[in-house]
Structure formats: structure tokens, C-alpha cells
Design a protein around this ligand. Structure first.
Ligand code: EPZ
Length: 419
């Protein structure tokens, strides 16, 4: 883990235009889905972030060559050499769990060391395993590693054990080439799940109900190569909007898909942030006298857990007490302790609920970023803080945000990257 740090000088009102990059959480499952065909696949609008390079490294290990120039990625999985993906590789990226389906489909067997990634609470894999079993696979081991075999994947009408994002993505990847029809109930419907389904349909898959919690899939014999533009990252879009709002700035954010963020716009209106939505952009206008609200995360289309920390950071500036109920993860309120170092007055009610008392005058301090989205939260607080803030281990931020410091600096922020 490299030990780059950010030195942020707070107090600048952001202004200007900034473009959102491609979605990390769409690119990762789409790279996995590209392995379902032996024909070449070209992906455009791929974000230039650490996780993509890690995924590329794992593909190489699987004997799949790929080429990535920081924006366009070419993948050609003639064959997949291994059925085992060892811990050293998997521990770098939780999303490597998405390799279960392509290895099972292409090689009828897979052994995958337990996934790693962010340390935000227990991350069950049973949603994935029960979906594979529904489609006819046999789970031989789920203790030390995930060992799954199948003779022939067969379509089935089944319900997920929970609306797991990557669990749904694995289920869809296994179903598109299974024999017959599959109905997946309680499917996750996040924008990145939708984007992976559109990608698979561009390869000849037959998926209906995209964007709903019930997916109807008709198995096909083969998938062909394709060229596909990855959708923009709605969490990055929201983070940039919040950076403009917390600094009282006037910023236009480009390449936004408005309907990926319906509940986010609704909550911004309740808080009193002024903004104008365009076809594929949003203009954030200077706002003050922000109102406190109650925020509760849940699966899409409810408020996204990945937006919780950045949004709560805006709420530290509201006049009064706001309340957060993070219903999905028990480890996603840790960033509040970092904001407390900068002056936040908050109360942790339990691992899922907290009260935040605003308005807060943040003072620059030395803080940590404890996971990807918590890192974004401390950056937002630093932008609004008086004085200088040093943010440690920004490796997490680089994992999921493409050049966040450069984008914010182009809007007038003062963020220095210290090696
Ligand atoms: C995906 O992780 C994302 N990763 C995460 O983004 C994101 O935080 C998460 O979905 C939730 O949206 C990728 O897409 C690569 P889950 P995943 O299985 O699939 C509980 C980031 O910041 N849960 O959907 O591993 C579940 O038990 C990363 O970019 C419910 O309680 O997540 C688990 O603890 C971090 N009820 C947690 O939520 C439900 O109905 C996430 O589950 C569904 C899930």
C-alpha cells in the first residue's frame, strides 16, 4: 500500500466545469463478463483507477491478455487457463469474487480464495453461492476457499438470499448461458448492475427487466464480442456535487445520468441545496442555511450506502441535528471519528445509527481515510475546513476515484499530493 498523502488547504469556493469518469462498480463486473466469450471485447470510458489495474493483473494470471491505455480496455479471453485464483491476488480486490461465474461457465469448476477489499464489515458470500446452487452448481467448499463445480448450468426461477450487488451480477453471468429460462427475484438493480446487463445484451444475451428487482433471462448458446461504453460513475457524480455544495461553490458537473441519482436529488432538495438538472449534467449553485435531515441507506433505488459518508459530511454544515441509519454495513460510520478530530460534534447510537450536530466549523488536522468513501468524506471536510488538513493513506481514494485531487484542483481547490 503506498503511503501517498493529501495536503488540503481549505476555504476555496469551487467553480467551473468537471467531467465524471466511468463507473468503477460497472467496469469491474463488465470485465468479468467479458470473459464469457472467446471473442474480442472493447470497453471505452473505463476509469483510470487502481482497481482496474488490479483486475487486469488477475486476468493475466488467468491467461487472459488485456490492454488498457487509461481509458479504453481491450480483452480477448480465448480461453481461461486456471480454475484456481490464489489468495495473494484475491486479497487485493473484493470484486475478484466476480470471477466465480465466468470461471464456472468457461471451465465448469472454480476455486477462489476468500475475497478481500475494503474493511467495512462482514461481507457474506452466501448470496452468490445459493444463486449458483439454484442454477445447478455444487459448492464443494466454502470455508478456506470457494470451490464450486457444475456439469451443466440450467435455468431456474429463484430468489436471491438478499439483494446483493455482486451476488446478482454473478447470478446473471451464470444464467445468460444456462439452458432454458431463469427468473432472478430480489435482484439488485443498482446502475452498475443495469450497466452489466446492457453490456451482456450487447454480446447477444437475452436479459429483460433491467432496472427492476426481477430479471427474466433466456439462456443462449454463445455470446459474441462487442464494443461498449461504460456508464458514468453516479457515486463520483454525487461526490463532486457535494464538494461544490460544501464549499458554497458554483460548479457544473458533466456526464451525469440524472435517473441514477433520483433519491440523491430529493435529499439535496430537502437540505436546501440549489441545483439545476440538465439532460446529462447538473449545475450546483451557491447555497446556505442548510437544513438537517434524517438519512437512511438501503438497496437501489433507495439512498446508496456508498454516498452516505460524503452526504453526511455536507450535513455537518446544516443548522441542527441530522440522523443517519446505515442499514447495510456495520462498519461504515468510522469516518465520523476522523471528522470529530476536525471539530465535528456527533453521537454514535449503535454501529448503524448516529446523530450529527451542525453547523460545524472544521479545523484542518491530520486524519486517516479508512475506506474508499470515508476517504472522500474527509476530503470534503478538508475543502470546507479552516487551515491545512493532512489526509493519510489515500490509497483507498485512488482505488475508486479517478484523479479526484486533480479534478477538485481544476475547480479551484488546493490539494497537494505528497509522496
Ligand atoms: C457492492 O459490494 C459494491 N462493490 C460496494 O461498493 C457497495 O458498497 C455494495 O455493493 C453495496 O452497494 C462493487 O460493486 C464492486 P452487497 P457487494 O453484496 O456486492 C448487506 C465501493 O465503495 N445487504 O450488495 O459486496 C450485505 O449483507 C464498494 O465502491 C443487506 O443487508 O455488496 C452486505 O453486508 C464498497 N441487505 C452489504 O449490504 C440487502 O438486501 C453489501 O452487500 C443487500 C445487502
Amino acid at each position: 500500500m503506498h503511503t501517498d498523502r493529501f495536503k488540503v488547504t481549505g476555504g476555496q469556493k469551487l467553480s467551473g466545469q468537471v467531467r465524471v469518469s466511468g463507473s468503477k462498480n460497472a467496469t469491474l463486473p463488465i470485465i468479468a463478463a467479458a470473459l464469457l466469450t472467446d471473442e474480442p471485447v472493447t470497453l471505452t470510458n473505463v476509469p483510470d483507477i487502481a482497481d482496474i489495474y488490479t483486475m487486469q493483473h488477475i486476468l493475466k494470471f488467468l491467461g487472459v491478455e488485456s490492454d488498457f491505455d487509461g481509458s479504453t480496455m481491450k480483452i480477448h479471453a480465448h480461453a481461461i487457463a486456471n480454475v484456481e485464483v490464489e489468495h495473494e491476488l484475491v486479497s487485493k480486490l473484493r470484486a475478484s469474487i466476480l470471477l466465480l461465474a465466468p470461471l464456472l461457465v468457461r471451465n465448469t469448476e472454480v476455486r477462489l480464495a476468500f475475497p478481500g477489499g475494503c474493511v467495512i464489515g462482514k461481507r457474506p458470500v452466501d448470496a452468490h453461492l445459493s444463486a449458483f446452487e439454484a442454477l445447478g452448481a455444487e459448492v464443494l467448499d466454502d470455508k478456506e476457499l470457494l470451490h464450486i463445480k457444475v456439469d451443466k448450468l440450467a435455468g431456474k426461477d429463484f430468489t436471491m438470499t438478499e439483494a446483493s450487488v455482486t451476488g446478482t451480477e454473478n447470478a446473471v453471468m451464470a444464467a445468460v448461458l444456462a439452458e432454458g429460462k431463469t427468473t432472478i427475484r430480489l435482484a439488485a438493480s443498482e446502475p452498475h448492475v443495469q450497466d452489466m446487463c446492457h453490456f451482456l445484451n450487447s454480446m447477444g444475451a437475452k436479459i429483460e427487466g433491467i432496472g427492476t428487482h426481477t430479471l427474466e433471462i433466456t439462456g443462449v448458446k454463445k455470446l459474441h464480442g462487442t464494443e461498449y461504453r461504460v456508464t458514468s460513475d453516479y457515486i463520483e457524480a454525487g461526490t463532486l456535487v457535494l464538494a461544490a455544495a460544501i464549499t458554497g461553490g458554483d460548479v457544473e458537473v458533466l456526464d451525469v445520468v440524472p435517473h441514477h441519482l433520483d433519491i440523491f436529488w430529493q435529499k439535496l432538495r430537502e437540505v436546501g441545496v440549489h441545483f439545476e438538472l440538465g439532460e446529462s449534467s447538473v449545475r450546483v449553485l451557491p447555497s446556505k442555511d442548510l437544513k438537517p435531515i434524517r438519512l437512511q441507506t438501503a438497496v437501489f433505488p433507495s439512498f446508496p450506502t456508498d454516498m452516505q459518508a460524503p452526504f453526511m459530511t455536507l450535513l455537518t454544515q446544516a443548522n441542527g441535528k441530522s440522523f443517519i441509519f446505515e442499514t447495510l454495513f456495520e462498519g461504515r460510520l468510522q469516518y465520523l471519528y476522523e471528522l470529530e478530530k476536525m471539530g465535528l460534534d456527533f453521537k454514535l447510537i449503535n454501529p448503524y445509527q448516529a446523530e450529527v450536530c451542525g453547523p460545524t466549523t472544521f479545523k484542518g488536522r491530520e486524519v486517516q481515510s479508512c475506506d474508499l468513501r470515508a476517504g472522500a468524506a474527509v476530503v470534503l471536510a478538508a475543502l470546507a475546513a479552516e487551515g491545512e488538513t493532512i489526509i493519510d493513506n489515500i490509497y483507498y481514494i485512488d482505488r475508486g476515484y479517478e484523479k479526484l485531487d486533480q479534478k477538485l484542483n481544476s475547480l479551484g481547490a488546493k490539494i497537494e499530493r505528497i509522496k
